[in-house]
Write a protein that binds this ligand. Structure first.
Ligand SMILES: Nc1nc2c(c(=O)[nH]1)N[C@H]1C(S)=C(S)[C@@H](COP(=O)(O)O)O[C@H]1N2
Ligand SMILES: [Mo]
Length: 543
């Protein structure tokens, strides 16, 4: 009979815990392919943590991990789960039922997270977590059983004594009561089979989940954007500077910043997409298809988008050429009047397929600016990450109060009656974009040679326009920078200034003035509640 010492049982129990956790996640992945990918426990718990992350932590995560914040979050969840699985495995060695029940408890947590997400409409979202937990708990119970078999039936007597080393005090006593014989081959086979089956289930689930979006991908490939009735005017040649190191005037889609809460990028099939416009003061509710939108009067505009989480000097700003349907046209057709003309609704709430809610002032949307339901971005249908098939774009407002992606529903209401997703999380109800400027080159801690150094960057004050940009070296006087031509008041403006660099350390600072005469404030504020302010500086050493 094979004797199993404590020394080897502990790691094998821990391994059993890991295998059980792996099986649970694999089965959950497979079941989530039948329900929907977002219902998987890791995605659900991740989403639920995003919903509950305090703003300061969210900002910290964005600052440190940037667009990788979601990957870091999911890896973190997996690491925690692995640790807990190890612990449950060890616990199950003493208390087999309790260990298995612990695995079930995680299923409950996953199920609650999945059904509690704002985009969850069905209790079926609980299934992946529940099925995974049942599989995991069963496997743990079974494997631990292999480790603690009574009167084992070893077929490997030759190895006797290797694990039952003399140093292991407990062994002899435990063997004496006959409870710790184990079937080594039985355990290895069971563990190996469980690992293989889990891998198979997990891979199958993953590939089914990945292929779910095929209809959406095909529907996007079929879209041909019509010629806009009102094309954008060509970008003036003087609007684009060619200074090395400056951000390109038009941000290519592949480089366009992405900020959203979606752990699974929604894949919406444009052919079955529908959107309703309804709510307070809507005389004629509308239901629109993607085709309806394509057939309407389209406008094409250059608009610079900015995220409220952008730090001074940060990267969450991008400029694209958008094609879409003027939103004011649709609202007028639905019988909506802005508050200034007696309309009862002052807030337009956009809902996305992933449960995001974004509220914008009706007054701003109907004041003549180019607020639109965008269908195209830089000459192609919206990329999936940027909201295919339809998103909102409103010049002059931060994205969290204007730029809902994967749009599904537009409801007219009031700011008093409803707080949107980020407003519930202490961000401001209304958030026009602040006048800001950024030094793109030289980069912080650059070491240029003495002589002429080009200082250059971008400035933005969407919908007001940029009037002036000034640069200061150390505590010197403010010097007007050379402003590139303005494309539109809704786009950022490039600027540059040749500077005779002298040896030593220098601080370069920039500030912009918008067309209303407002000078970018020196006052530093945090991003929360309505956007960071302050001057951007870069420290360099000339040598
Ligand atoms: N559905 C959905 N739409 C969303 C968001 C989101 O999390 N979910 N984030 C908003 C925020 S905060 C910003 S800044 C813009 C960013 O748009 P982009 O990712 O296309 O650059 O999208 C907005 N629209
Ligand atoms: Mo944002």
């Amino acid at each position: 009979m094979k004797i199993l010492s404590r020394g080897i049982r502990l790691p094998l129990a821990a391994l059993s815990g890991l295998l059980a956790g792996f099986a649970a996640l694999a089965v959950a992945e497979l079941v989530s392919a039948a329900v929907r990918p977002e219902s998987g426990p890791v995605i659900a718990v991740g989403g639920a943590s995003i919903d509950r992350t305090p703003p300061a932590v969210k900002d910290w995560a964005i600052r440190h991990f940037g667009t990788n914040d979601k990957l870091v979050l999911q890896l973190g969840i997996l690491a925690v789960l692995a640790l807990l699985a190890l612990v449950l495995g060890v616990l199950a060695l003493r208390l087999r039922r309790t260990g298995a029940a612990g695995v079930l408890l995680f299923g409950v947590v996953g199920a609650l997270a999945a059904t509690g997400r704002p985009d969850s409409t069905s209790l079926a979202d609980a299934l992946p977590s529940v099925a995974g937990a049942v599989a995991g708990a069963g496997l743990l119970y079974f494997l631990i059983g292999r480790l603690t078999l009574r009167g084992g039936t070893s077929t490997d007597p030759g190895a006797n004594g290797v694990e039952g080393s003399p140093g292991e005090e407990g062994s002899a006593a435990e063997v004496a009561d006959g409870s710790l014989g184990w079937d080594r081959r039985g355990f290895v086979i069971a563990a190996g089979a469980a690992a293989a089956a889990s891998s198979g289930a997990g891979l199958l689930g993953r590939s089914l989940n990945d292929s779910r979006g095929q209809g959406a991908v095909a529907s996007r490939a079929k879209v041909t954007l019509p010629r806009p009735a009102s094309p954008a005017r060509p970008i003036p040649s003087g609007a684009i500077l060619h200074t090395a190191g400056i951000s390109p005037f038009v941000t290519p889609n592949a480089d366009f910043y992405r900020v959203d809460t979606a752990l699974v990028i929604p894949k919406v099939d444009a052919t079955s997409w529908r959107m309703k416009i309804h709510g307070k003061g809507v005389g004629r509710p509308l239901t629109l298809t993607f085709q309806d939108l394509l057939e309407r009067r389209l406008i094409e505009r250059d608009i610079t988008l900015t995220c409220v989480s952008n730090e001074v000097g940060g990267p969450y700003v991008g400029n694209a050429r958008w094609i879409g349907v003027p939103l004011a046209d649709l609202l007028k057709e639905a019988g909506v009047r802005p508050p200034s003309r007696g309309g009862p609704a002052d807030q337009l709430v956009a809902r996305s397929v992933d449960g995001m809610t974004i509220g914008s002032p009706v007054e701003d949307i109907m004041d003549g600016r180019d607020a639109m339901l965008a269908l195209g971005m830089n000459g192609e249908p919206l990329p999936f990450v940027h909201g295919f098939p339809v998103r909102m774009v409103v010049p002059g407002l931060y994205g969290y109060v204007s730029a809902c992606k994967w749009l599904q529903d537009l409801e007219l209401t009031t700011f008093d009656a409803y707080d949107s997703y980020w407003v519930k999380r202490s961000w401001a109800r209304k958030a026009p974009i602040k006048t800001e400027s950024r030094i793109d080159t030289p980069k912080p801690f650059a070491r240029p040679k003495p002589g002429t150094v080009m200082i250059a960057g971008a400035a933005w004050a969407q919908h007001r326009g940029i009037e002036r940009v000034e640069v200061r070296v150390d505590d010197g006087a403010w010097t007007p920078a050379d402003l590139a031509a303005e494309d539109t008041a809704d786009t950022w403006r490039q600027w540059s200034l040749p500077w005779k660099a002298t040896s030593g350390a220098h601080t370069l600072t920039v500030r912009a003035t918008d067309r209303t005469g407002r000078v970018q404030t020196e006052q530093r504020t945090q991003t929360i509640p309505d956007g960071a302010s302050g001057w951007h500086s870069v420290v360099i050493t000339v040598d």
